[in-house]
Design a protein around this ligand. Structure first.
Ligand code: NI
Length: 171
C-alpha cells in the first residue's frame, strides 16, 4: 500500500495534457494500486494520474469511496464519445482542497476507454458519475474545475489560494 502525495493547484503537471498509455504492464498496475490507495485515503471519488505527478491518460472513479469493490472503475485512455443534457451542481477537487463551487456539466456521458486489462469498453455515466467522468477527463487535458468558473466566483477562489500559498499553507 502506498499513498502518494496529491499535487495541488499551481503545480505544472496539472496543466500539461497527459500522454496516452501505450503499454499496460506491471508498473502501470502498481501505479493503479497506489492511486486507489491514495484516492481512498484522501478520501475522494475520483483521481487522475497527473494528480499524483504521472502524466498518463489514466483515471479512477469510485463513487462508493471503497465501500463496494464493484464500484471501482479504472479508465485508461478515456474519451467522451456522447453527451446529453446539462446539470449544474457543486463540485470540488482533491488538488484544490476545501473549495467547492457550482459547475455546469452534461447530465449523461458515454466513455470509450480501456480497462486495466487493456480490454476496450464503453460505459454510460449518469448524474454524479457523469460529473466525475468529465472532471477527471478535464484533468487529463490539463483543465481544473475553476477554469469553468467566471468572474467573481473564479477570482474569489484564486485569490484565496494565492493567500494560502503566500503563507506557506498550500502545495
Ligand atoms: Ni479533481
Amino acid at each position: 500500500m502506498a499513498v502518494l502525495p496529491i499535487r495541488k493547484y499551481g503545480d505544472d503537471v496539472l496543466r500539461k495534457p497527459a500522454e496516452p498509455v501505450t503499454e499496460i504492464n506491471e508498473s502501470l498496475q502498481q501505479l493503479i494500486e497506489d492511486m486507489v490507495d491514495t484516492m481512498y485515503a484522501a478520501p475522494g471519488v475520483g483521481l487522475a494520474a497527473n494528480q499524483v505527478g504521472v502524466s498518463l491518460r489514466l483515471m479512477l472513479i469510485d463513487l462508493s469511496v471503497g465501500k463496494r469493490p464493484e464500484e471501482l472503475h479504472v479508465f485508461i485512455n478515456p474519451e467522451i464519445i456522447e453527451a446529453e443534457g446539462e446539470i449544474t451542481e457543486e463540485e470540488g477537487c482533491l488538488s484544490i482542497p476545501d473549495f467547492v463551487e457550482v459547475v455546469t456539466r452534461p447530465e449523461r456521458v458515454k466513455l470509450r476507454y480501456q480497462d486495466r486489462n487493456g480490454v476496450e469498453r464503453e460505459m454510460w455515466g449518469d448524474g454524479l458519475m457523469a460529473r466525475a467522468m468529465c472532471h477527471e477527463i478535464d484533468h487529463l487535458n490539463g483543465t481544473l474545475f475553476v477554469d469553468h468558473l467566471r468572474g467573481f466566483k473564479k477570482d474569489r477562489i484564486i485569490r484565496k489560494i494565492a493567500k494560502l500559498a503566500k503563507s506557506g499553507m498550500w502545495g
